[in-house]
Write a protein of this length. Structure first.
Length: 299
């Protein structure tokens, strides 16, 4: 099942690709997941009417999650490029010490929910740090029933489905944050609109083999990132279970699972006004976000 949060309400994708506007009270999937009936109500809901794609603006599936967790350095390819240029990112000793244990357990952080934006929303270069803004394609997990101390073998039972996300980052702010003795990343990665997500939530029964999901990034049509979930250091069940040791996961929480090599920072190529960032994940869909300067943002 493919579910969309739109400006018209919650929609379910029909077999012909059109959108069925559902006859339910909730306006977004976050509210739906928080409801006791959860996804079951979306599966059984009647359609108010059918919408053409152009008649419904897609929003982030969960516009305001309870918490957005981000798993860092979770692809071997990205870990290699980070370790290869750790001194450029900040305190090389701290970074290398932290990442030395990465294969033992995932590392993660959280960002404000105000960072979440939609699959076609503009990426706004903040006036505070407009010159070193970067992209990172990531598959994101949307929590369904959640829980605490979840066993990895049962972790997928806590998941509502998957979506796609761009972990946009202000690398100069990130380098400042990582120049001390910690790795606080929330400021650099949690600015307004820095987490485009979408275009929909895909339930796990529609994604029978998560390992085969491939993802890619193109900027202005040029391929920048390409990988599959089989390349993850820690798979989705491991990430869900590990985070639940520290925090109770609640319906509608989101976990970004990491990004592969090819980010702009290590190519000295950053986003600029007019750029178009396109990200795809097989079985999930596409993000298409244009980059604008803060003063250019359309209110």
């Amino acid at each position: 099942m493919r579910l969309y949060t739109t400006d018209q309400g919650i929609c379910r994708e029909a077999t012909d690709g059109s959108l069925e506007l559902l006859d339910i009270n909730q306006r977004d999937l976050g509210s739906l997941l928080a409801n006791e009936s959860g996804l079951a109500s979306a599966a059984s809901a009647k359609s108010r009417r059918t919408l053409a794609r152009g008649n419904a603006c897609p929003l982030a599936p969960v516009p305001r999650p309870g918490t957005v967790f981000c798993v860092g350095a979770n692809y071997e390819s990205h870990l290699d490029e980070v370790l290869g240029q750790a001194s450029r990112l900040g305190n090389a000793e701290t970074i290398e010490t932290t990442l030395a244990t990465i294969r033992t357990a995932p590392i993660f952080f959280s960002v404000p929910t105000s960072a979440v934006s939609g699959p076609i929303a503009e990426i706004v270069l903040p006036s505070l740090a407009p010159h070193h803004v970067d992209y990172e394609v990531e598959v994101a997990v949307v929590i369904g029933k959640g829980g605490k101390n979840i066993d990895a073998r049962e972790a997928l039972d806590a998941v509502a489905g998957l979506t796609l996300a761009n972990d946009v980052s202000a690398r100069d702010i990130q380098a400042q944050s990582m120049s001390g003795y910690d790795m606080e990343l929330g400021h650099a990665k949690g600015m307004d609109g820095f987490k485009p997500m979408g275009p929909c939530l895909v339930t796990l029964d529609s994604l029978p083999d998560l390992q085969t999901i491939s993802l890619e990034t193109r900027v202005n049509g040029n391929l920048r990132q390409s990988a599959s979930l089989s390349d993850l250091i820690h798979d989705i069940p491991t990430c869900v279970a590990h985070i639940s040791k520290f925090h109770t996961l609640r319906p509608g929480d989101v976990i970004l699972t990491g990004s592969p090599a090819g980010v702009g920072f290590f190519q000295d190529t950053f986003l600029k006004p007019g750029d178009v960032v396109e990200m795809k994940a097989t079985g999930i869909g596409e993000l298409r976000n244009q980059v604008v300067a803060e003063a250019e943002q359309v209110s």
